[in-house]
Design a protein around this ligand. Structure first.
Ligand code: GLU
Length: 422
């Protein structure tokens, strides 16, 4: 188990994340020492994951877990399986989790993990072996009161079940609270699968009413049709909005009359991707981002909005379902164009909020009705979104800077109360 530190480079994802932090830190007039503490990951772990392919051949992948902060509680954040996973990316994502948990006032720090791999080239058995080895490597440092992983890009409730089982076998007792996003049968929460998409629509609809956009007259385009994008699409449709564009790795699909979201979901359930979907005209992902719509939801990966793509955006409101989709240059362009952005740490916090509810339910051994989960989710999100808006109005700041300001202030208060143990 190697432990190392990453320097923040200008071009890195973590570098971009630091730029947003700095703006809010300036507003809070944080001193240099506090900034140093808040931008240093508490622990970064890199390890080899040797495993056997179904063919019998041995392969070695690299696994990561970054525990960025424990100031407000155990580290919390997903595990990503993707070819683009690097220490820099996982560190940035763990940094964002710290602010995301704080912005919705959850008693968690921030963490994130990943394995550099392409799951589309792996069988279920291979994914199970990788997951169990990944979990076994982390046995000493994860746990319900240490660090609680969850799903992220390409990881599923089944993968969480294998993680939970491996950990429980090692510690010789059932420990459902070591991970969230589990299947219902083994301690998952009702409403967790849809929670991130639901949170996106809750935040979007609240902001739409703020800027005078009526749902029945609004058009929405969504980039990404995974766990976040597809449920967001479905819920926007349920609330009367017209979903005009959707996309996945195979391309984008646009229909001015409205895409029938359940049809798109059924297509993906049958064929695995949107390839061949006939409910809209096929366009490129870049065209989707520039397409006519009122609300645009990036729900895929980082750095989707650059100076180039941001300049072409026609939407009035951007709701960041993905983590880190907007580079600081793009953010400046949105500001100049008067496009309102609900930042990732607020817009996609619905997932981790219901993860928190799952962790609470696991500890109680008593499970809530879905309506109860959804109602509490809405309360957590809206109370904090309204607080962010009030900060923005008082300070003349964007929602992003206001969200960071609220989150950083909460973490700083916790750190100061605990003091630095040295
Ligand atoms: N991976 C999700 C996120 O980026 C959820 C994390 C969690 O539930 O811990 O927010």
């Amino acid at each position: 188990m190697a432990v190392m530190a990453t320097p923040a480079r200008e071009v890195s994802v973590f570098g971009d994340a630091i730029a947003y932090f700095k703006e809010a830190a300036d507003l809070l007039e944080l001193d240099a020492g506090m900034r140093r503490i808040l931008t240093s990951p508490a622990r970064q772990i890199i390890f080899a994951i040797p495993f056997q392919r179904d063919s019998g051949e041995f392969e070695v992948y690299t696994g990561y877990r970054v525990q960025f902060s424990f100031a407000r509680g155990p580290a919390k954040g997903g595990i990503r399986y993707h070819p683009g996973v690097t220490l820099d990316e996982v560190t940035a994502l763990a940094f964002w989790m710290t602010w995301k948990c704080a912005v919705v006032d959850l008693p968690f720090g921030g963490g994130k993990g990943g394995v550099t791999c392409d799951p589309s080239t792996l069988s279920m058995n291979e994914i199970e072996r990788i997951t169990r080895r990944y979990a076994a490597e982390l046995v000493e440092v994860v746990g319900p009161d240490k660090d609680v992983p969850a799903p992220d890009v390409n990881t599923t409730p089944q993968i969480m079940a294998w993680f939970m089982d491996t950990y429980s076998m090692h510690v010789r007792q059932n420990q459902p609270g070591v991970v969230t996003g589990k299947p219902l049968e083994i301690g998952g929460s009702r409403g967790r699968v849809e929670a991130t998409g639901r949170g996106v629509t809750i935040c979007a609809l609240d902001e739409m009413s703020e800027i005078g956009l009526q749902p029945e007259k609004a058009t929405v385009a969504i980039q990404g049709f995974g766990n976040v994008g597809k449920y967001a699409a479905k819920l926007f449709e349920e609330r009367g909005c017209r979903v005009v564009g959707i996309s996945d790795v195979t391309g984008a699909y646009y229909n001015q009359e409205g895409i029938y979201v359940s049809g798109a979901m059924a297509h993906v359930a049958q064929f695995g991707t949107l390839e061949g979907f006939k409910g809209g005209d096929k366009i490129t992902n870049a065209e989707l981002l520039a397409s006519p719509c009122d609300v645009l939801v990036p729900a895929a990966l980082e750095k989707v909005f650059t100076a180039e793509t941001a300049a072409k955006v026609q939407a009035k409101l951007i709701v960041e379902g993905a983590n880190g989709p907007t580079t600081p240059e793009a953010d400046r362009i949105f500001r100049e164009k008067g496009i309102v952005v609900i930042p990732d740490i607020m817009a996609n916090a619905g997932g981790v909020t219901v993860s928190y509810f799952e962790w609470v339910q696991d500890r109680m051994g008593y499970f809530w009705k879905e309506s109860e989960v959804n109602q509490r989710l809405e309360e957590f999100l809206l109370a904090n979104l309204h607080e962010i808006r009030a900060i923005g109005n008082a300070r003349g700041a964007t929602l992003r800077t206001s969200a960071y300001t609220l989150a950083i202030d909460r973490v700083v208060k916790a750190l100061k109360m605990r003091g630095i143990y040295a």
